[in-house]
Design a protein around this ligand. Sequence first.
Ligand code: FE2
Length: 364
Amino acid sequence: MKKQLLIMMALLLVLVGCQPNENKDIDKKDMGVVNVYTTRHYDADDAIYARFTEETGIKVNVVTDEAVVSVEKIKEQGQAVQADVFMTSDAGNLAKAKEAGILDAIESQTLTSNVPSKYRDQDNMWFGLTKRARVFLYSTERLSLTDLEGVTYENLVTDPRFTDKVLIRTSSNIYNQSLVASFIEIMGSEKTEEWITNLVSSMARNPEGNDRVQAVEVKNGTGDIAIANSYYYGKLVDESDTESKYYGVADVVGIYFPNQGENESGVHINVSGAGVVKHAKNKDNAIKLIEFLSEVKQQEEFAATNYEFPVNVEASYSELTQSWLDAQGIETLKEQDINLNVLGDNNNEAYEMMIKLNWDTPKQ
Ligand code: FE2
């Protein structure tokens, strides 16, 4: 009898012992949701969200919209907001979201240690998650890397070799507004106006189309150098759809990171990033997701799948992006030495300058 009782007790203990584990499993399946409003238009992000769900049990709902639309939606929803995380490309857009009052400050040790201070908001309203450089995409049929040695943002637009040869998209594009905003910080307003004036007279045509279209026009011979974001070059390299207008472009177009010299200001870097929405219903889950995205593994996946650079200094560059730097003999990429908060601060002045100096109508 005593033996039986002991066995019964042991069994009971085992059962009780199992309980917390079982509960953990149940909890994991029911950790709620996180609603992400994003403007990032990359399939690669979905795979990362799927892994987050797998690891945490938190379901990720994604709504994709343009930055302005997302910000307006969130503003209109007020206290009844459906978004928990706001994610977008470009520090200029992140700053606009902060200004619109839709973000909440996050206190997170993980984020402040994973994201260098120059790539996050000074009030912790948003955190950069991936880096991209605004580079030159050049015709490898008409130029070599040696021809480009020493060519900078500044002297590209005064070099007679490139008169009527420079391609860039319109002033309404945030990437260009942020580029100009960075120049206002680095060279001052007057020099930036001069730069825009010279750029406008170097343009191959009236700006139109997206960043990749500028590279297509390099291939077509409309111009020799396009100013575009670095990840688009990765997309061009990997374009496998033979019907696509982007197919084969990278065969005759190369990538060049300007302003790498000792006395030069470094290449223009921007980020895509995220913040927690004010009045978010799932705030803890929102913070968990942003923290997850800042970890080395996810950082390296971003870098590999969307041809971006990780912000976390512990994460490695992808083989492809590293090969671009190696080809140019760059050991450490020299980046503009500015805090990205200034891209928001200088956005209005930048845009007004671009309009005033006829960025969009050089060939009127
Ligand atoms: Fe983009």
